[in-house]
Design a protein around this ligand. Structure first.
Ligand code: ASP
Length: 322
């Protein structure tokens, strides 16, 4: 009899562990989180007037607070990253979504990607022209399709099919009204990115951009390319890059930071410094990253990088220059 009871208990345990391989305890929130954001690396004029500076710092603060709230309440890093990047896309101060830079043909082509560090799921779109929030379409590519990257008209069509918000391309054009801001944006040449680790230890990285000012139509940068501009792996870290995309692609920047940690035992800081200062040429850009132990880094080899960090330890900072 005793044997039968023990046997049934064991069988129930096996069934439970098969159905819930992560067990019950791993889903308990641990009260910790770290979130980092960037609004582009470049050469923002240090003499930028107080109003211009405040406009950027206020936007970064609002974006950071959106993600912080989600994480604080036990939400997922996936939701936090999507919502933060969406905010930066909607804010015309940044080179992503509305307010993106122009191609040499005077059009706007947007790139974005997102990666879930739990299982390396990824979704990305390149060269979309009517998708209001490319980051949200990237997430749907990850969650609703068997593919990882859609480009051009196929990506725009997919967005319509998946019923994301569609806008007329003119929605993104703000440069006539914001001539001054555009001048600044061109100096920043910035992408928008967000990386977060939530209370369950899950890391997500997301990146969204209009690309480089005057890019040839059809050009795709690093932002929608997993491993180059975006990477996330719960075993190591999550990374989002900003800067000259071609250099990030050639140097496989985001993945290499994770690989140095996984294969060589580097800390997040050592791995990021190796890529930013020893591999990338000077003045090529920067990265924001968090690791599985809730550490973070915001590193760049340009004059400025619009950036911010919030942690469960009470750190909350937004900055522009070194
Ligand atoms: N990395 C982006 C690209 O090359 C642009 C940027 O971050 O400034 O498309």
């Amino acid at each position: 009899m005793k044997y039968l009871i023990v046997n049934s208990v064991l069988q129930l345990l096996i069934i439970f562990l098969t159905l819930f391989p992560q067990g019950i305890f791993s889903q308990e929130p641990n009260g910790k989180y770290t979130i980092v954001i960037d609004g582009g690396a470049g050469s923002l004029d240090p003499n930028l007037d107080e109003a211009g500076k405040q406009a950027y710092l206020n936007s970064l603060t609002t974006a950071l607070n959106i993600g912080k709230k989600i994480l604080e309440e036990g939400g997922s890093s996936l939701d936090a990253v999507e919502q933060v990047v969406k905010y930066l896309e909607d804010d015309s101060l940044f080179n992503a979504g509305r307010g993106a830079v122009f191609t040499s043909a005077g059009t706007i082509e947007l790139d974005a990607s997102i990666m879930d560090g739990r299982d390396l799921s990824t979704g990305a779109v390149a060269g979309v022209t009517v998708i209001k929030n490319p980051i949200s379409l990237a997430r749907l590519v990850m969650e609703k399709t068997q593919h990882v990257l859609f480009a051009g008209t196929g990506a725009d069509e997919l967005g319509k099919k998946l019923e994301v918000e569609i806008v007329d391309p003119s929605y993104f054009f703000v440069h006539k009204r914001y001539e001054e801001l555009k001048k600044m944006i061109e100096k920043i040449k910035g992408t928008s990115g967000c990386v977060a680790i939530d209370q369950f230890g899950n890391i997500t990285a997301g990146t969204s951009t209009g690309g480089r000012t005057g890019k040839i139509p059809g050009r795709v940068g690093d932002s929608p390319l997993i491993n180059a501009g975006t990477y996330a792996n719960n075993k190591t870290c999550g990374v989002s890059g900003t800067g000259i995309g071609e250099l990030f692609i050639k140097n496989t920047v985001a993945f290499n930071i994770s690989a140095l940690m996984e294969y060589k035992g580097y800390s997040l800081e050592e791995a990021a410094n190796e890529m930013i200062y020893n591999r990338l040429p000077d003045n090529s850009g920067g990265i924001i990253a968090v690791d599985k132990n809730y550490n973070y880094i915001l590193e760049f080899n340009t004059e400025s990088m619009l950036r911010g960090v919030a942690t469960s330890d009470g750190i909350f900072e937004v900055k522009i220059w070194k």
